[in-house]
Design a protein around this ligand. Structure first.
Ligand code: HEM
Ligand code: FES
Length: 780
């Protein structure tokens, strides 16, 4: 990179290398917004994702002259950088972001400070080799052993203040418990917590902050002492490495593999590990309490239904995570989101901005503890370096929330307090969270038995299937003889999450769970509309709706979720609906009309009598609508409509399988990805072990091999091995469980991939597809 300008030097244009201070800023490739970006100052310090909305919207990859880094802000780009750790090396993850003065560097040298490669900043292949041998203590079986200790610590701390009526949650609970748990996990003696707190602050400032020149010597002094302290603890451990901690585990492995577990690794990890396991979790928990108490109705929802806690933890990590940006360096000339990135470019990948990207999360600036894809957040990073300690952190935050929603549901933030944060690029959590409550209303005085109740801690990410909302049937209207339109409202009258066109909800109907697309007014936050066709040959869901559902009934509803998203930037859209498939298509047409986009809508059915929502379709989209009714001789001629490929056109279709098959055939010569379809049903049967064979899946990133039994899906086998793969429908319909495939022939059984995608043999749906042969290599 030409302009790897440090903070102190004159900013240089990253493309021409010219001294930018002598150029008109608007004439330079660096835009005024990019030139003004300063991650150590407001507005980034106040609100990292909010301060970068301009970037997500218009300039998602930009060079920051103030920082000397390229900044990446959209979800897909941030994820792609995390994933490709060879093109984007993590070696700079723990480098000082602000160079120190000579005097401060001399202090560090006096303490022999030599932070080296741990895991998070190690390149391949050394990283994976080390991670593999050190993974055991992070497996679910081992982590559950820490649960009783975390619970006991939390109970004891809350006992100390529960009768008092006020507390600083950070000082009295959320800071010290993650530190105690971190030390216990690592195997470090629990002494001198206050000193460690000072050291951790210094380490954060040293690595991710911009300490003023006059502060640098003091920071260097603490960092140097922290390094020395880590060395002393390590020496002591070496004398007796029999303890249960993760560090002792590494020390015991060292004689067998001295090149993998090096002295430098052990010393560096002893110091970095304390911060990695402690500050991250303490700050994440502090952020979570601030966010939930600021959104009182959300807090009350969790108090009323504690089964929401695991997903609430994920949503808080998404909404306000404790690691807001991470770093990588380009090892070669490359591209991110179409922007050329030169070899040697340093990258600030703002995962908190990715977590608020509306291209991935609907209504991203609202907190929704039932959000179905909350755990897609990138707060733990992604790919082979993804946080090893994520499940320990999740456990701690779940237990904090359980304890306080049980014992202090009437807790509130002290009004008017100002939240302060340590200025740095990456670690973010309030230094204090002051709360108050009326102790005479503590529920445990009336009902001491609630102190004996225990929720099951969820190790791993929450299942999307557990998060449902109770809704009431507000209206049922007959659209046609066989189709009813149903309006559902939140049972407590609360506003519903916003949704985007193509979204569906899952209704739990007796023993069934069925998906229905939303087709009403997307701006109506008080009701969701669905339309349901009575299908006498179906699996029973539609019969249940038609025969048993009445106005006033309550139903459990999951979602909304969207696996059928409109690409925003096409020049023209062709929408094709067959029968009841009009529901998602109508929502898309409404959106395109509102946005003033070019679209046409083809609506096919046997007869007009069978066309649901026809009045509304004609009223709102009459000039764009072409109706095709078989009994009127106007049946859609699919091959004729799509005979000529049109550049920039996207086709969205929903309807019966034969219509979707005809569309796939007719558009086979169109540019790849022109056609997107939504299937409503799957013809997957139960897995029949007598007709299947067992095979291995090799996980390229984790370096382990998992056996998939003849009676097991790949997804189930991966989960049993502690590997998180998100899933939703588990019927091959939605695409959530997609995984990239390196080697091996895939037996595709899903409805998501197009013929062209299947032919590439580079991805599969793990909930249903299998191996043709003995093994597959997955990019996990
Ligand atoms: C790596 C965040 C808690 C241990 C990471 C990374 C992030 C992160 C962003 C880098 C990921 C990447 O490069 O893709 C967090 C957050 C936490 C948390 C937000 C709490 C909410 C913990 C805990 C531990 C831990 C409790 C230990 C017990 C590690 C380790 C790595 C790591 C060892 C390096 C993994 C590797 O490079 O292979 N964490 N972390 N973290 N974290 Fe965490
Ligand atoms: Fe929906 Fe696999 S979970 S396709």
């Amino acid at each position: 990179m030409g302009g790897e300008s440090g903070v102190e030097t004159a900013p240089r244009c990253p493309v021409t290398g010219a001294d930018q201070s002598r150029l008109d800023p608007t004439g330079c490739p660096v835009s005024p917004n990019a030139a003004a970006f300063d991650p150590f100052a407001d507005p980034y310090q106040q609100d990292p994702p909010g301060s970068l909305k301009w970037s997500r919207d218009g300039e998602p990859v930009f060079y920051s002259p103030v920082l000397g880094y390229w900044v990446v802000t959209r979800y897909e780009d941030v994820k792609a950088v995390f994933r490709d750790n060879r093109t984007f090396s993590p070696s700079i993850a723990l480098e000082k972001i602000t160079p120190f003065s000579d005097e401060a560097n001399a202090v560090l040298a006096r303490h022999d400070y030599a932070m080296g490669r741990t895991l998070v900043n190690e390149d391949e292949p050394a990283h994976m080799e080390r991670r593999r041998v050190l993974m055991e203590p992070f497996t679910p079986q081992h982590l559950t052993q820490h649960e009783p200790m975390v619970r006991a610590l939390v109970r004891e701390r809350v006992d100390a203040f529960v009768d008092r009526g006020e507390a600083d949650l950070v000082d009295e609970l959320l800071y010290e418990i993650p530190l105690t748990v971190a030390l216990h996990f690592l195997g470090v003696p629990e002494e001198d917590m206050e000193t460690l707190r000072r050291y951790s602050v210094a380490h954060t400032l040293n690595t991710w902050g911009r300490p003023k020149p006059e502060q640098q010597v003091a920071v260097a002094e603490s960092v140097g002492k922290f390094w020395q302290y880590a060395g002393q603890v390590l020496d002591k451990m070496r004398q007796d490495p029999s303890g249960p901690g993760w560090m002792q585990y590494g020390i015991r492995l060292q004689p067998q593999m001295p090149d993998v577990i090096t002295d430098s690794y052990l010393h560096s990890m002893m110091m970095a590990g304390i911060v990695a396991a402690h500050e991250t979790t303490a700050m994440a928990a502090s952020n979570a309490f601030r966010v939930l108490l600021e959104n009182r109705t959300v807090w009350e929802e969790i108090c009323a239904d504690q089964s929401l806690i695991p997903n609430a933890v994920e949503e808080c990590l998404r909404f306000s995570g404790s690691v807001v940006a991470w770093r990588r360096i380009a090892t070669t000339d490359t591209e991110i989101g179409g922007v050329r990135i030169p070899e040697g470019a340093k990258l600030l990948i703002v995962n908190s901005s990715a977590n608020h990207d509306e291209r991935h999360f609907d209504d991203p600036d609202s907190i929704d503890v039932r959000r179905d894809n909350a755990s897609d957040h990138l707060t733990f990073g992604y790919g082979s370096h993804q946080c090893l300690g994520k499940n320990l952190a999740r456990m701690e935050i779940q237990i904090f929330l359980e304890e306080l929603t049980t014992r202090l549901p009437h807790l509130e933030l002290v009004p008017g307090q100002e939240f302060t944060y340590l200025p740095n690029t990456s670690f973010r959590g309030p230094e204090h969270v002051l709360v108050r409550w009326d102790p005479t209303r503590n529920p445990e005085y009336r009902d001491p038995s609630l102190l004996r109740r225990r929720l099951k801690v969820r190790i791993g990410e929450p299942s999307r299937k557990t998060v449902a909302r109770t809704m009431t049937v507000k209206r049922i209207e007959h659209e046609t003889e066989d189709i009813v339109r149903i309006t559902l409202a939140d049972a407590h009258g609360r506003p519903l999450p916003k949704w985007s066109p193509g979204s569906h909800v899952d209704l739990e109907l007796g023993e069934f769970s069925r998906q229905y697309s939303l087709c009403g007014d997307a701006d109506d936050r008080l009701g969701y509309e669905i339309a349901v066709l009575h299908d006498p040959d179906g699996r029973g869901g539609s019969r249940y709706v038609h025969e048993r559902l009445s106005v006033g009934d309550t139903v459990r509803v999951r979602g909304p979720r969207n696996h059928f998203k409109l690409v925003p930037d096409a020049q023209r859209y062709v929408l094709v609906a067959g029968g009841i498939g009009i529901t998602p298509i109508l929502a898309m047409a409404d959106h395109l009309k509102r946005e003033g986009r070019d679209y046409e809508l083809h609506y096919c059915a046997r007869s007009r009598r069978e066309m649901a929502l026809l009045d509304r379709v004609e009223r709102d989209h009459g000039d764009r609508l072409v109706s095709h009714c078989s009994d009127e001789g106007t049946r859609l001629d699919v091959p004729a409509l799509f005979a000529e490929p049109v550049e920039g056109t996207r086709i969205y279709a929903c309807g019966p399988q034969r219509l979707l098959d005809a569309l796939a055939d007719a558009t086979a010569h169109w540019p790849q990805d022109s056609l997107r379809v939504e299937h409503f049903t799957s013809d997957l049967g139960e897995l029949d072990p007598s007709k299947e064979h067992a095979f291995d899946v090799r996980l390229a990133d984790s370096g382990i091999t998992v056996r998939v039994g003849a009676d097991q899906t790949v997804l189930a086998a991966l989960r049993a091995a502690g590997i998180d793969v998100p899933s939703d429908c588990e019927e091959g319909l939605c695409g959530t469980c997609e995984v990239a495939v390196g080697d091996g022939e895939i037996d595709h059984r899903d409805k998501v991939l197009t013929a062209a995608e299947r032919a590439c043999h580079n991805k599969m749906m793990t909930c249903c597809s299998r191996a043709c042969g003995d093994s597959l290599t997955l990019a996990l």
